[in-house]
Design a protein around this ligand. Structure first.
Ligand SMILES: [Zn+2]
Length: 499
């Protein structure tokens, strides 16, 4: 195997997609699997997911939601009950048609085949999302207005058939959470869908340090079966938009399909109003593409699997015992307040090789401790985002906490400045076309509301409306005409080329 220094990461400017793969592979976040379209999430990547789950789960519980678990398999007929829903997912579902194999007597891979006698009367769909199975259960559990609101969340895996794998961004199987709620009124469902969009925004900004634009999807981009879809959109370093999460007001569409009704206080019978909302392991791809550089992963401290790595430096055995002793003390001190710390005492690697490896893995802060540092009562703190300075061992904890906070804040600001530098507003049709054919980014402009304009823009520039932005993201000056056709604008829109 080549020494670590020899494993180069393709520079972003050369090939962004290769760069992304290199970063993911070298940080050991994920790997390709023997199953086409599927990925393996490795421990370093799964730890990021666990940290994401922990933070989100706390936020879900703080807003009154409880976790539950529903089956992986959904009877095929359930999907057919909501017309738009089945149309939206029909082309990407995995089906289970048999329940056992039988021996053929042939050698090798042909030694078994599906037993024809075990064919299911009704095939089962592997969940592409769980609205249908969950609302079938809601119909059983909800009787009266006293049972509302019902606020559930499920952490699980999802299967949507894909032939082109992009680690974390597009895979046949992925991990996510899906919130599903039922409410007595449309206003309550709308408030819930908006509230969860806000929870996602807070998580993505404060934890992922990833700035997002929130807003409503157009009719052509909304979720199959929803009344309204809200989304969060982030701009990656290649100026492509990543949809980082969605929250849907499902109206009464599923309630009617699955007869989810409740008795009102006055004694009448009404259909409930549903919402569903989800974020997935795709966010890990977003985190990578928002912050990382040509040396590898840059992880925001709040979600970094390892926040601080201590690298002792020694030549003699005596020095080794001295610096590793100080290193162990520092580790204990930092871990005591819940920090995620590694002490790298490997004899097989030189310090430079260790730096290289931990940089590729995105560790925000490295503490180098050599014999001279021990004598001076200090360590040298090197930030993953640049900058190196000595810190006194007395008061180290506060200095490390301060540095991690600063890195977290700076990552967000840098990403926000990058997004703003690649955002245009108030442009002509030609400027818009040139922008999308050139470096790309977010383009704000008026939209007439016509699906034809949307289709034409997509066909000619590859850009789609990411969202009709929420008020806080809109331009100071309201666009009066459609950026494409010049007819009166009904809403400002944000266009971008999406993942
Ligand atoms: Zn138009």
């Amino acid at each position: 195997m080549a020494p670590p220094q020899a494993r180069k990461i393709t520079p972003r400017t050369q090939d962004f997609s290769e760069w992304y793969n290199d970063v993911v592979m070298q940080a050991e976040l994920a790997d390709y699997s023997p199953v086409r379209g599927c990925m393996v999430i490795r421990p370093h990547g799964y730890r990021i997911w666990e940290l994401m789950q922990g933070a989100l789960d706390d936020m879900f519980k703080a807003t009154g939601h409880r976790n539950a678990y529903f089956p992986l398999f959904i009877p095929m007929s359930f999907l057919a009950k909501e017309a738009e829903h089945v149309a939206g997912f029909a082309k990407e579902v995995a089906l289970v048609t048999h329940t056992r194999l039988k021996a053929t007597g042939k050698p090798g891979a042909q030694a078994v085949m599906p037993d024809p006698a075990s064919e299911l009367e009704e095939p089962l769909v592997v969940r592409p999302t769980s609205e249908t199975i969950i609302y079938a259960m809601f119909a059983k559990w909800i009787q009266s207005y006293r049972d509302l609101p019902l606020l559930l969340n499920q952490w699980c895996n999802i299967v949507r058939w894909e032939f082109r794998t992009r680690l974390f961004l597009r895979t046949t199987e992925f991990l996510w959470q899906e919130g599903h709620t039922a409410h007595a009124t449309e206003a309550e469902a709308e408030a819930e869908a908006r509230q969860m969009l806000g929870v996602y925004r807070r998580f993505q900004e404060e934890w992922m340090a990833m700035p997002v634009i929130t807003g409503k999807k157009t009719e052509s981009e909304k979720f199959a079966g929803a009344l309204r879809t809200y989304a969060l959109e982030a701009l990656m370093q290649d100026n492509k938009a990543l949809q980082a999460g969605t929250s849907h007001n499902l109206g009464q569409n599923f309630a009617k399909a699955f007869t989810v009704q409740y008795q009102t206080a006055a004694g009448g019978l009404e259909y409930v109003w549903n919402t569903s909302w989800g974020v997935s392991t795709r966010m890990i791809g977003g985190l990578v593409m928002t912050h990382s550089d040509d040396n590898g992963l840059v992880a925001p401290p709040k979600l970094a699997p390892v926040q601080v790595v201590i690298v002792p430096i020694w030549k003699s055995e005596e020095e080794r015992s001295q610096v590793s002793g100080v290193g162990a003390q520092v580790k204990t001190e930092l871990e005591h307040v819940g920090m995620r710390v590694e002490l790298d005492l490997r004899d097989s690697l030189k310090p430079g090789a260790k730096y290289f490896e931990w940089e590729a893995k995105g560790v925000p802060l490295r503490l180098e401790i050599g014999p001279r540092d021990v004598a001076a009562g200090q360590a040298v703190a090197a930030r993953r985002t640049g900058g190196k300075a000595p810190v006194k061992l007395a008061g180290l904890l506060a200095a490390v906490q301060g540095a991690l906070n600063e890195i977290q804040t700076t990552l967000f600001k840098t990403a926000e400045q990058r997004r703003e530098a690649h955002t245009i507003r108030g442009v002509t049709k030609q400027q818009f076309v040139d922008f999308m054919k050139g470096v790309g980014g977010f383009a704000f402009g008026g939209f007439c509301g016509s699906g034809e304009c949307e289709a034409e823009i997509k066909q000619q520039t590859g850009a789609t409306i990411r969202v009709l932005p929420d008020p806080e993201f809109r331009s100071p000056e309201v666009p009066k005409t459609c950026l494409w056709c010049g007819k009166p604008s009904v809403a400002e829109a944000v266009w971008g080329q999406a993942y």
